[in-house]
Design a protein around this ligand. Structure first.
Ligand SMILES: Nc1nc2c(ncn2[C@@H]2O[C@H](COP(=O)(O)OP(=O)(O)O)[C@@H](O)[C@H]2O)c(=O)[nH]1
Ligand SMILES: [Mg+2]
Length: 364
């Protein structure tokens, strides 16, 4: 999880270190069928034991550490999750998730204004429905894959401030792999979505084979970003994809999208589950990214991740950038400390911008 994220802020405020090595995935209906023991015998692991994916419910039970016989609904299990305070701080800092007064939420009265990483605009250069039509392998590639309507095209656009990728409310619009180039530095690939209800049967079955053929044969593919809707987490079709990624030894990473649609507490719990799943999977990067394309939150962290993956940091992350990031991080941690001190002196109830109390904000 090292490379980008909170960067200098974390050096300044170690308590904000983004959690990554925590517990398994996701929140689903009670009727979820058992899909177990799709083990992978591949050798390329990070010292992890052979990967045996849990069902969503099993993972949830494991994360809650409840007895497997205890009769609790998934909703109850999910409610019992206890994300760490540093996760809440991280979500708060990046303004991810809907704020709500409660145990894990607090009224925001300071801001983290991180300097923006600017990536070049995208231009479409190829579309492919089958292996033969894939363009030649030249630049490092990052593929975005996930269920239909999860926000792949929107994210690809937002990352580069572009409108090249077509977005739609209607699921299943992208039926092919769309290749976009960013200033001849790297390629982003918008993959076909899966799991939509209205698709023809043969289209439903073909998504996996096209994706598999791409990830299996593509030597320039650096990472597959698996997008998950923050309202739903990992679903059945996602597990089919994960199985393929594990089997083909492909490095992948989870990205939770549409974080503006869920409460911060929900997001922190889901992050805990997905991080757990990531840390147990052999080829998954531990760090789980969170984004909201609507609020433009979390995008910068993902941009930095891309820059590091493609090894183009020298071009896009200058010394000036790191300096500004450090200043912003230090300022934020001071604000956070002040917040905690004030909250403590008021017996845990903080009243940020009341009369006579000067509202604090980061000046960057
Ligand atoms: N609220 C919210 N809506 C989003 C976000 N990202 C995408 N959407 C919406 O989700 C719908 C599907 O997005 P799209 O990018 O076409 O999904 P794709 O099928 O995965 O490519 C569109 O209506 C988007 O406006 C987000 O971060 N927040
Ligand atoms: Mg799309």
């Amino acid at each position: 999880m090292s490379n980008c994220v909170l960067g200098s802020l974390l050096r300044a405020q170690p308590s904000l270190v983004l959690i990554a090595n925590t517990a398994p995935i996701c929140f689903m209906r009670r009727t979820f069928s058992s899909r177990t023991n799709v083990s992978s015998n591949t050798s390329r692991s990070k010292g992890k034991a052979a990967y045996v994916p849990n069902t969503t419910v099993e993972a949830l039970k494991e994360a809650v550490k409840t007895g497997r016989d205890e009769a609790l609904s998934n909703r109850q299990l999910f409610a019992r999750l206890h994300p760490e305070q540093k996760t809440i701080d991280m979500l708060d800092m990046y303004r991810l998730g809907i704020e709500k007064q409660g145990k894990y939420d607090r009224k925001r009265w300071f801001h983290y204004r991180e300097p923006e990483v600017k990536l070049p605009h995208l231009s479409f250069f190829a579309g492919a429905q089958q292996t033969q039509s894939f363009p030649s392998e030249t630049l490092p590639e990052i593929a975005f894959v996930g269920r239909s309507n999860v926000g792949k095209s929107t994210l690809v656009n937002q990352l580069c401030g572009s409108t090249a990728a077509r977005t739609s409310n209607k699921p299943g619009l992208t039926q092919q792999l769309n290749f976009y180039t960013a200033n001849n530095d790297f390629h982003l690939i918008d993959m076909p979505g899966y799991g939509f209800a209205f698709a023809k049967e043969e289209a439903k079955n073909s998504w996996l084979s096209v994706i598999e053929s791409y990830i299996h044969n593509r030597r320039t593919l650096q990472r597959v970003m698996v997008l998950l809707d923050a309202r739903h987490g990992i679903k059945v079709n996602d597990r089919d994809l994960l199985e393929v990624l594990e089997r083909t030894n492909t490095k992948y990473q989870f990205v939770l999208t549409k974080c503006d649609l869920v409460y911060r507490t929900h997001l922190a719990k889901l992050h805990l589950l997905v991080s757990n799943e990531a840390s147990q999977s052999r080829h998954c990067v531990d760090r789980v990214m969170l984004v909201s394309a609507r609020d433009k939150a979390g995008l910068n962290s993902l941009r930095k991740e891309i820059v590091h993956i493609c090894n183009i940091g020298e071009k896009y992350l200058t010394k000036e950038y790191y300096k500004n990031e450090h200043i912003a991080g230090t300022e934020y941690s001071k604000q956070l400390q002040l917040y905690h001190d004030t909250a403590r002196s008021k017996g845990g109830k903080h009243q940020p911008a009341s009369k006579g109390h000067k509202k604090q904000s980061c000046t960057l």
